[in-house]
Design a protein around this ligand. Structure first.
Ligand code: CU
Length: 154
C-alpha cells in the first residue's frame, strides 16, 4: 500500500476525495472545513452553515460546539437546487426545507460530548457529499458517568 505524507488538504486533493466526481461521486465526509459555534451570554450557541453553489457540501463541513445545550443553527442554501436538512435534536429530529437561495433557522437541543451527523436526504445528495457533522466537546455530565474509578483515556 502506498501512503502519502504531508498536509491533509494536499492528501485529500491528491486522492480526489475533496470534491464531486473525482475519485468518489462526492466529497467524502469530514473533508470539508471546520467551524466553531459562538456562545452568547445566556449560554445559547449560534452558528451558520451554507451549501455553496455547485459543490454539494456543507460549509463548514464539521461544526464544533464547546458543550451540549441549545443551538440556533442558520442554514443558507446558495445552490441552484432545492435541498433539505434532517437535523439531530433531543426528542424528534428536525427537518428544514431549503429551496434554492433560501435561508432557514433551526433551534436544536443536543447533549454532549458526542458526534452527530446530518444531511440533505433528497435524492442521493448525502452520498454525493451533503453530509455534515456536529461535534460536541465538554465533559460527560455527572449523571452519565459510570460509578467506577477514573479510567485512563487513550
Ligand atoms: Cu439536497
Amino acid at each position: 500500500m502506498t501512503t502519502t505524507s504531508g498536509d491533509r488538504a494536499a492528501q485529500l486533493a491528491e486522492a480526489g476525495l475533496d470534491g464531486q466526481n473525482r475519485t468518489a461521486l462526492g466529497r467524502v465526509l469530514g473533508t470539508g472545513s471546520i467551524g466553531y459555534a459562538e456562545e452568547g451570554p445566556d449560554g445559547k450557541m449560534t452558528a451558520t452553515v451554507r451549501i455553496p453553489e455547485d459543490e454539494l457540501c456543507w460549509e463548514p463541513g464539521t461544526l464544533i460546539l464547546p458543550h451540549g445545550g441549545d443551538l440556533e443553527l442558520t442554514l443558507i442554501n446558495d445552490d441552484k437546487n432545492t435541498h433539505c436538512a434532517v437535523l439531530p435534536n433531543n426528542g424528534d429530529p428536525k427537518i428544514i426545507w431549503l429551496v434554492n437561495h433560501a435561508k432557514g433557522t433551526a433551534s436544536l437541543n443536543l447533549d454532549g460530548p458526542g458526534t452527530y451527523y446530518y444531511g440533505s436526504t433528497t435524492g442521493n445528495d448525502e452520498g454525493r457529499g451533503l453530509t455534515g457533522a456536529i461535534v460536541i466537546g465538554g465533559e460527560v455530565p455527572d449523571e452519565a458517568k459510570l460509578d467506577r474509578p477514573p479510567q485512563p483515556r487513550p
